[in-house]
Write a protein that binds this ligand. Structure first.
Ligand code: SF4
Length: 230
């Protein structure tokens, strides 16, 4: 949305219906499960507005029931896959507790991709993976407790020399800030920002390579863009 989306607050209903942008079967393109087949559930709306965000999460008016969502996931997902990525927008803006609980009970592994500022209660489960990609200086305390991985988008020239992670602004009118850091040892992935030109993207990728080698992070690229798949 490139910094143009409306800021949508957390709207918690009973979770029996959710606002959905899209639901499709593909390969996870980035982060700890890159390359793994997954059903992607993109939920609508975000509480933040990042200037580099290239995702559409505002153009759908689809408000399916939980049963409809689960039915479509089961229809899209071949038996061996059983992996669902819940992303957005910001998934914790809506009450995803019933959805996540049902998926885990049905034997799906679930990955949630979040900016880390909001929370709803979720079951403790070894197949629930919460990948936090901080976009501000603060994280929700429950997210800090339950995060399983961190992922940062790096822009060359906006990296803190002390830890190789972003020192940048992300929100319109915001000042340059140190984006929130993990406060316990968890896997950290770094991904080059798509700055819109090959030259800038090469610099961002080199910066990720350097910071990975120096601080022990894992480089991740956006496979879906490289492969030109959804
Ligand atoms: S937090 Fe994520 S989805 Fe929301 S605007 Fe920023 S990059 Fe886009």
């Amino acid at each position: 949305m490139l910094g143009t989306n409306p800021l949508r607050p957390q709207e918690l209903e009973d979770g029996t219906q959710l606002w959905v942008q899209e639901l499709f079967y593909t390969l996870q393109g980035e982060g700890p499960f890159a390359g793994r087949p997954a059903v992607f559930l993109r939920l609508a709306g975000c509480n933040l507005c990042c200037y580099f965000c290239d995702t559409d999460f505002e153009s759908s008016q689809w408000h399916p029931t939980l049963d409809e969502i689960i039915g479509k996931i089961e229809g899209l997902s071949p038996a061996p896959t059983r992996f669902v990525v819940i992303t957005g927008g910001e998934p914790f803006r809506q009450n995803i507790t019933p959805l996540v609980t049902t998926l885990l009970e049905k034997g799906y592994a679930v990955q949630i991709e979040t900016n880390g500022t909001l929370w709803v209660d979720l079951p403790e489960h070894e197949d629930l993976h919460i990948v936090v990609s901080p976009k501000t200086g603060k994280l929700n305390e429950n997210i800090r407790r339950r995060a399983t991985h961190y992922k940062y988008v790096l822009l060359d020239g906006a990296i803190d020399d002390s830890d190789g992670l972003p020192l940048m602004y992300t929100q319109p009118d915001a000042k340059v800030a140190r984006l929130a850091r993990p406060d316990r040892r968890l896997p950290v992935f770094v991904m080059p920002m798509d700055s819109g030109s090959d030259e800038a993207n090469t610099r961002n990728t080199r910066a990720c390579v350097e910071t990975s080698k120096r601080f022990g992070y894992t480089l991740t690229l956006q496979l879906h863009k490289i492969l030109n798949i959804p």
